[in-house]
Design a protein around this ligand. Structure first.
Ligand code: GDP
Length: 369
């Protein structure tokens, strides 16, 4: 009966009883082929998502099931939001299984990027997170770059094992899985891909020719990423879809930059120096005096400082302030999860602050570019 029927979009077990819960499908939609849950239907047809998401504990329990298996784990992260999309403690959950790190969305970095530096940077950051990666593959699902390399690595390292694909939401996991399905399996139905968080709800097994499986795990929703807290219509402004255009600002202390009305950067103390913003093109950068910044925000959020619209700004968490002292001679980024980063170019040190919605992860890291 219906108990065993799974959504061919996201893999969730279907039910016809509770519309607000995962897997709901209206009775009459059961005759259609293939059967997909209402959520996938809406995402597919109207680009609409609902608030059904995977619970963190459930997700971790699910990950630790991988630890009991002999498996190859592919962890997909988003290069634009590396710290925000890396699953912290992944190694602990997957045990001694090898982890292949696929770093997606390379197309978003500016054309002039030094890829060797990026690769070393990723290696170092992953190691610091306790991840023992067998390989790091840079790729772009969108541009179809690095995929052959990734598939090769999978073929080399898989041996006689199943492959688990894990990642946060919005890192491009579905896009990647669909590519695998197209290349490697007879499955007709593509999984739902969408711009919206939490599309894949349950593990989906994709049979391979040799009797093994590629297992797509649900995307975990990380609430510290900008992409998870903005309204649907502002997601396009926050999440870049074109290469970042670095914007350099020569600032004196006592100046502030607003990124639309999403966040703000204050240069509080330090010699005149330049800061380079790597922020999606959908957000206008507005420069002002630090001592006018509070008033400007209070009076102009949703207008001059937008997106978000006034209404959406009201629905977002209040801002918190994060202060950082950048030491002399350091090459640092001030990173705002899911929004981008500001590179400090001067090497004379600086005192800076970021104002961003409560809960958004803000930190200083060695500069990526
Ligand atoms: P999932 O939530 O991890 O399954 O990610 P999806 O495959 O649904 O992709 C999430 C969003 O990221 C979509 O808007 C994709 O178009 C976008 N995306 C996926 N891969 C890439 C990529 O390589 N580059 C860029 N710029 N965007 C990507």
């Amino acid at each position: 009966g219906l108990q065993a029927v799974k959504c061919s979009g996201c893999g969730i077990r279907l039910q016809t009883v509770q519309p607000e819960l995962p897997g709901y499908v209206p009775e009459k939609a059961l005759d259609k082929e293939p059967v997909i849950c209402q959520r996938c239907f809406r995402i597919k047809n109207y680009n609409e998502s609902s608030s059904v998401t995977v619970d963190q504990d459930e997700f971790l329990a699910l990950l630790s099931r991988i630890g009991d298996k002999d498996a190859l784990v592919i962890h997909i992260v988003d290069l634009f939001d590396f710290e925000g999309s890396l699953i912290s403690g992944l190694q602990r959950f997957v045990g001694s299984n090898p982890v292949l790190l696929a770093v997606n969305k390379t197309d978003l970095l500016p054309k002039v990027t030094n890829w060797n530096k990026i690769r070393n940077w990723i290696q170092k950051q992953a190691k610091e997170q306790g991840l023992r990666t067998t390989d790091i593959v840079l790729c772009s699902a969108k541009k179809n770059h690095g995929f052959d390399r990734l598939l090769e690595a999978v073929a080399e390292q898989r041996g006689n094992r199943d492959v688990y694909v894990v990642g946060a939401t919005n890192v491009g996991k579905s896009t990647f899985i669909n590519r695998l399905i197209r290349d490697y399996s007879d499955m007709e139905q593509e999984l739902t891909t969408s711009r919206y968080p939490g599309t894949t709800l349950d593990m989906v097994n994709i049979p391979l020719d040799d009797g093994h499986f590629i297992i797509d795990t649900p995307g975990i929703v990380y609430p510290w990423r900008f992409s998870e807290i903005v309204s649907r219509k502002d997601l396009a402004a926050v999440m870049p879809d074109k290469p970042l255009k670095p914007a350099a600002y020569q600032l004196d202390s006592g100046q502030t930059l607003f990124f639309g009305g999403m966040a703000r950067f204050d240069f509080i103390e330090g010699a005149h120096q330049s800061f380079t913003c790597y922020i999606g093109g959908g957000l206008k950068i507005h420069r002002t005096k630090l001592d006018k910044a509070n008033d400007l925000y209070a009076n102009h959020v949703g207008e001059l400082l937008s997106p978000p619209s006034k209404e959406d700004a009201d629905a977002m968490p209040e801002w918190t302030r994060h202060e950082f002292r950048i030491p002399k001679g350091s090459e640092s980024d001030i990173y705002i999860s899911g929004l981008g980063w500001i590179k400090v170019n001067g090497n004379s040190g600086a005192l800076v602050a970021v104002h961003a919605p409560r809960g958004i992860r803000v930190l200083v890291r060695p500069s990526l570019i």
